[in-house]
Design a protein around this ligand. Sequence first.
Ligand code: ADP
Length: 492
Amino acid sequence: MELDSIQVLFATSEAIPFAKTGGLADVCGTLPRELRKLGVKTALILPEYRGIRERFSLKSTGIKISIPLFEDGEQVIKNGEIFYYEDEDTLAFFLRQDQFYLREYLYATPKGDYEDNALRFVFFSRGVVEFLCQQGFKPDIIHCNDWQTALIPVYLKTLYQEHPLLKGIRTVLTIHNLGYQGIFWKWDIKQIGLGWEYFTPEYLEYYGKVNFLKGGIVFADKITTVSPSYAQEIQTREFGQGLEGILKKRANDLLGILNGIDYSIWNPEADPKIPANYSANDLFGKRICKQELKKKLGLSREDKPLIGCISRLAYQKGVDLVCEAMEQIIRAGFQMIILGTGEEEYQKLLAEKGREFPGEVAVRIEFNDALAHQIEAGADIFLMPSRYEPCGLNQLISLKYGTVPVVRAVGGLKDTVEEFNPDSGTGTGFLFQKPETEDMLEALFRAKKIYQKPDLWQKLMLNGMAKDFSWEQSARTYLKLYQELLEKEAGG
Ligand code: ADP
């Protein structure tokens, strides 16, 4: 199939610049643009959240859709309308439905998840399919992302199986984080529009409930996740979060493709958010970045290896290990800066640590993009003690900024950081096996030993800075996957 005739529709609940809560938005905003550079025709479809309506001027396509749902046991018809936005490198469609999407947040308020999330994303997934039923634009592939759009492959192979306009459309489902599956009570099988024959362990049933992501895993033509190691890990009991059986069954159609980094945003040579620019040829600016960062956050001026940590404050990220080991880290002669938001328990605990070690530990509980850039540039070491990590972006950014990653050997971290070998001078960081403070501390101590030998440390920094984790490479791998899928289709 000719490249420029491949059309891919990305169905997603978030994508930069329209809506973002996490890494999913980076992938869905960047990958379609990178694929366009390779000649693929791409478009996006998202729910029209309040923030999107406020910031973008959308035009109506004139296409209206109607979806049957249940309210208080009664069938009701909910209507929606498709809007669009277009500029030189983006075409994005939006499903407008004010009852479901005209809200401040995407999925949850600070008090918890919206109660009607099942309905909201049934409506969205089915709305995407209805949209395609109504108009001439027929993508070759619908690329779905996470549980919010995982019902699309389900619909194409069940309720809409015989629809002439949908025939031949292939689906890819990307799992960005298996920790979020879209699990709802069993009666939501009715909201989806399916009969009880699909409420079985082979299909959408999951411990007495309905699992949207599971449906997508069962019915998508191909499944991807965001690193090769994570693709393997999720087929095991330790990381499979209850879906390991079904993932193993689909192992032949499951592939890990690493996320990339947008080097037009993350590049120490040109980053306008850091106090001094620097490059592999001239590292002087990095020293200024460190000094300025320490000054800004009130750390003592003594020269110590500075550990940076930017993270969602969640159990997944191993924040508890950092808190637990803090005293030993500081006693070992490190300084530390932590930037993050998330679970209240961790926010409190970290704030306490900041007070306990004034001048040595700085804690900022906020989402602050400029400070994130400054930490990536100013720290010597970047710490990621994740319990699981589908891909991880921060370690990729750190490598580019000459900030040495110390990471748990898991998921995407394992795939992108290589243990430094002082004898051969190869490697880009330090890894530890178990999510335990002892292992983590040992890796930090290994890092410190090298830090004390400036020539070796510089070699280590430069090894990381030379790595290329740009999107182009990943986009080519996705393209290959699409081509395989379509060839299979063409060949029957
Ligand atoms: P995840 O998507 O699991 O949260 P990733 O490492 O894949 O973790 O991506 C997180 C992204 O969000 C990174 O670009 C990181 O710098 C950014 N980030 C996380 N927390 C903050 C914060 N408090 N302030 C600024 N940026 C943050």
